[in-house]
Every structure is written in C-alpha cells, then in structure tokens.
Design a protein around this ligand. Structure first.
Ligand SMILES: [Fe+2]
Ligand SMILES: [Fe+2]
Length: 138
C-alpha cells in the first residue's frame, strides 16, 4: 500500500473534516485495489460518491452557517469536482478501461490541492468563528 500518498493529505485541524478527508482518500485506495484485483467497481465507487458528496455538502453547510466570505469561490471548486466525478462515473459504468485509474489519480491530486488551499482557508475561518461565538467561560 503506497502510504506515502496518504501522508500528503493536508490536515485542516478540524477533526470532523480531517476524518472525512481520510475516509475519501481510503475509498480511493479501496477502489484502486478492487479494480487492480479485477473486481467489480460499482459498490466501492458508490461509497466514494456518497462520501465525497456528503463531505462537500457538509462543508458548504458549515460555510453558509458561518457566513464564510469566500463561499462562492469554494463552492465553485466543489461544483467543478462534482462535475468531474459525474463524468468519470459515467465512463467507469460503461466499462471504459483505465477510467478508474484516471479518476483516482485526478481525485487524489484534487483532494490534496483542495485541502491544502481552499479547505485550510475555510477551516481557519471556521475555527475563528467558533472561538468568537463560543459561550464565554464562567
Ligand atoms: Fe474538504
Ligand atoms: Fe472543500
């Protein structure tokens, strides 16, 4: 298992989001493993689609709740990823050889870049927001 690839994932220092990023990364590893072993991609691919979809929606909820100023910019990145995921999924479902590898490569880079910039900026804002709105200690 190429664990060095996982080590490149950036922490955003919000445990819930870090766990979700790791889970998405692991779903990609699993998808790669299943396909490399000649297995059926459908179920594992669905796990990845579900995990990624729930994660992006969750981040967008957090950004809206906290009135994150760069929401539109961040959501635009998510929408682009959703579009690519849909395109890749269609190619995988039609049985196109190599589509899974290409997809995993794409989303591994995407996740690394996106967590390293967009999610880190968002998380810094969210942590400040939480601190500012935390009940005062008595
Ligand atoms: Fe994220
Ligand atoms: Fe994000």
């Amino acid at each position: 298992m190429p664990s060095h690839k996982r080590a490149k994932l950036h922490s955003v220092y919000i445990p819930k989001l870090d766990v979700e990023h790791r889970r998405i990364s692991q779903a990609m590893d699993e998808l790669n493993r299943v396909v490399a072993a000649g297995g059926e991609a459908h179920e594992v691919l669905q796990d990845l689609i579900d995990d990624l979809g729930a994660h992006l929606n969750g981040e967008e909820r957090m950004m809206r709740t906290s009135a994150y100023p760069a929401y539109a910019w961040h959501k635009h990145q998510h929408d682009a990823a959703r579009k690519r995921l849909k395109q890749f999924t269609e190619r995988v479902e039609t049985g196109e050889s190599g589509a899974v590898c290409e997809m995993v490569d794409f989303f591994r880079s995407w996740l690394r870049d996106h967590t390293g910039l967009h999610d880190r900026m968002m998380a810094a804002y969210l942590r400040n927001f939480e601190r500012a709105h935390a009940p005062a200690a008595s």
